[in-house]
Design a protein around this ligand. Structure first.
Ligand SMILES: [Ca+2]
Ligand SMILES: [Ca+2]
Ligand SMILES: [Ca+2]
Ligand SMILES: [Ca+2]
Length: 440
């Protein structure tokens, strides 16, 4: 039966983002997969990049502090989408109106389903980015599980899943481990392009669950009740539609959304019962960001994975080390990224890097891994530069040979010490590494 929920005071979003209010990372998927027409592609281990934007603290009683102001012209979910390459993809759903709320501590919502009618143009298009609202009163790691259903079956009564398909298609049921650095409320944009999630019709139902990890992980651990819950956005979607209702999984909380668990926040003036949620899909070009790097020669001096994503002069800095054999590099790093399934017309690899002081004397080599021939292929050889310079490599033929059967791309970057450098301890500094995938 419907449990009329109490609503926290709606809070407008907080002021200008500063460095610590946005953090980046890569979430490793723990389950999910899909049938690509020939075989099953297991998503376990796939890393999906994310950008989390802090939108406000949680008070001791669980309530959300009203915000201090709104930065004009800034929509929070935009930041992550822009940063994660979603800017090329049309938005198929947007409910992010700049005001956010959660349920109160008495009725936490670690599991819920919201009706979601996406834009018609998004039907059967692979989702590229997904921005969701997460309220976390813990810095512990938890599992985020998402499902997308596309059919509601009325009349089944209490205790029976009212949404089909059950179980949903594997690429509409997936999740990974996540944590936040500071307890609070966040809008988090994930680049889920490599999942290939889509829906066959506009009327959809989006599930978000927060659970504790389990071993082995099957996505069925206990719900993180009282610790993590969904953030809602005030008002109604500006792209797509959602009614003033959602399904609050509480009677019992079991991942089954039965028709009697329909709920809202009491209607006006507390409309609406809609998740803070933005999704993009399709587009002519995908930007693939690195999801991991491995330094095989050299010593990491500073920077991290997120340093590689954007041309922002935040760099992954690697100090040279003696080559392990004659003719081998002094710095070598292997970088991987995941591309979304689907046809590829071509791609471009791009690196921005420098080797301060001695760059003009240091040979730099870029190789891309050919999964068809199972070998590294040298695509660019040149001297490094002392200040940032960009190398763009366009793959003219057989671009799919550079994409693995589970949609990974791999690049290897090497810098060589010519042996006559006056200054030892030089560093290779990488500002950005991306692939740009063109769709037919
Ligand atoms: Ca239930
Ligand atoms: Ca709704
Ligand atoms: Ca730069
Ligand atoms: Ca950078």
């Amino acid at each position: 039966m419907r449990k009329l929920l109490f609503l926290f005071s709606i809070f407008a979003l907080v002021a200008a983002a500063s460095a610590q209010q946005v953090f980046t990372g890569s979430m490793t998927l723990q389950f999910g997969g899909y049938w690509d027409g020939k075989r099953y592609v297991d998503l376990r281990g796939t890393k999906i990049p994310y950008v989390a934007e802090y939108i406000g603290p949680i008070r001791a009683d669980g309530q959300v502090i009203p915000a201090r102001g709104v930065r004009p012209g800034h929509r929070f979910g935009d930041t992550g989408i822009r940063m994660l390459g979603g800017e090329d993809a049309p938005e198929i759903y947007r409910n992010d109106n700049g005001t956010y709320f959660t349920s109160n501590a008495e009725f936490p919502i670690p599991s819920a389903l919201d009706d979601m009618r996406i834009a018609a143009s998004g039907v059967n298009q692979a989702w590229k980015t997904l921005t969701v609202g997460i309220s976390s009163a813990t810095t512990s790691t938890f599992l985020i599980r998402w499902k997308v259903y596309y059919q509601f079956s009325p009349g089944l009564g209490p205790g029976v899943q009212a949404f089909l398909p059950h179980p949903p298609a594997p690429n509409r049921d997936f999740g990974g481990y996540f944590s936040v650095p500071i307890e609070g409320n966040y809008l988090v944009t994930f680049n889920i392009a490599s999942v290939g999630c889509n829906t066959p019709q506009a009327q959809s139902y989006f599930v978000q669950q927060f659970r504790w990890p389990q071993i082995p992980e099957r996505g069925e651990g206990p719900f993180a009740e009282g610790f993590v819950q969904t953030v809602f956005s005030g008002g109604f979607p500006t792209i797509g539609n959602s009614e003033d209702l959602f399904y609050y999984d509480w009677d019992p909380v079991d991942g089954i959304y039965d028709e009697t668990e329909i709920d809202n926040f009491g209607g006006q003036p507390n409309e609406a019962a809609n998740f803070a949620l933005v999704a993009t899909a399709g587009g002519q070009q995908d930007t693939v960001l690195p999801t991991s790097f491995t330094i095989t020669t050299g010593i990491q001096q500073s920077g991290n994975l997120g340093s590689l994503w954007f041309s922002d002069d935040n760099r992954l800095i690697i100090r040279e080390a003696p080559p392990i054999a004659l003719g081998l590099p002094s710095v070598r790093v292997m970088i991987e990224g995941g591309v979304s399934p689907g046809q590829v017309a071509g791609f471009e690899f791009q690196m921005e890097a420098r080797v301060p002081t001695v760059g003009n004397n240091v040979p730099q080599v870029i190789e891309l891994f050919n999964f068809n021939s199972n070998q590294w292929v040298v695509w660019d050889t040149r001297q490094a530069t002392t200040s940032d310079s960009i190398v763009q490599i366009v793959i003219p033929n057989n671009p799919t040979h550079y994409i693995s059967s589970n949609n990974q791309m791999r690049a290897r970057l090497s810098w060589y010490d010519p042996g006559n450098l006056i200054i030892p301890g030089w560093t290779a500094q990488i500002d950005q590494v991306i692939w740009k995938i063109n769709r037919p």
